[in-house]
Design a protein around this ligand. Structure first.
Ligand SMILES: Cc1cc2nc3c(=O)[nH]c(=O)nc-3n(C[C@H](O)[C@H](O)[C@H](O)COP(=O)(O)O)c2cc1C
Length: 180
């Protein structure tokens, strides 16, 4: 897929076909994640590839916003080691986007399920819930879970109508840049 087409085609896909993601695709997606930039090149990422159906169902119970994982054949838990970098959130966010773009380029659908600073229940954070479920040590922080699979829903591509001309400033804030 042409590079700029990937940006347009990437949509949050939350329903997936009952079809495994080929291992070579998983490798390509992870490769894309490891090509991400990171603050001071510290590369604090950890990725947990989950294709066990029972575990994915449990990940879907993290919080209502992650229910969409129920039909996903693959989930990648995107983490960062806070002992390696205080900028782990930014680094993990960029990697999460690389993962979604790579999935799109391979004809797959993906969606970000947010974990950090969200709650599983009144007593337990979403992070703690997943930490216990997958045996993740304390210093490895959990940003999100990306659900990936062959799309079972169709969404229109992004379009130029979404460009916000009043948000682009030229030399000085408030002096709008003319997007043709
Ligand atoms: C930081 C972040 C957190 C998000 N969290 C969730 C989430 O928990 N559950 C979900 O279904 N979608 C989540 N999304 C996906 C957004 O809802 C989606 O990107 C947005 O509605 C725009 O739609 P699009 O991705 O199709 O362009 C998240 C996206 C980002 C960037």
């Amino acid at each position: 897929m042409e590079f700029f087409e990937v940006f347009k085609r990437r949509r949050s896909i939350r329903r997936f076909q009952d079809k495994k993601v080929p291992e070579e695709y998983v490798k390509k997606i992870l490769e894309a994640a490891f090509y991400s930039p990171s603050s001071r090149n510290r590369r604090p990422w950890h990725f947990i590839v989950v294709d066990d159906g029972d575990l994915i169902k449990k990940l879907a119970q993290t919080r209502p916003a992650l229910r969409f994982l129920e039909t996903a054949p693959l989930a990648i838990v995107v983490c960062g080691d806070e002992n390696i970098s205080s900028a782990w959130v930014f680094d993990a966010s960029i990697a999460a986007e690389h993962i979604q773009l790579a999935a799109t380029a391979l004809g797959l659908g993906a969606c970000w399920g947010h974990v950090l600073d969200r709650m599983h229940s009144e007593e337990k954070s979403a992070e703690e819930y997943i930490r216990e479920l997958l045996g993740i040590p304390r210093h490895i922080r959990i940003l999100c879970v990306i659900g990936i699979g062959y799309p079972a829903e169709e969404k229109p591509s992004h379009s130029e109508k979404e460009i916000m001309p009043d948000r682009v400033h030229y030399n000085r804030f408030g002096n709008l840049w003319k997007i043709e």
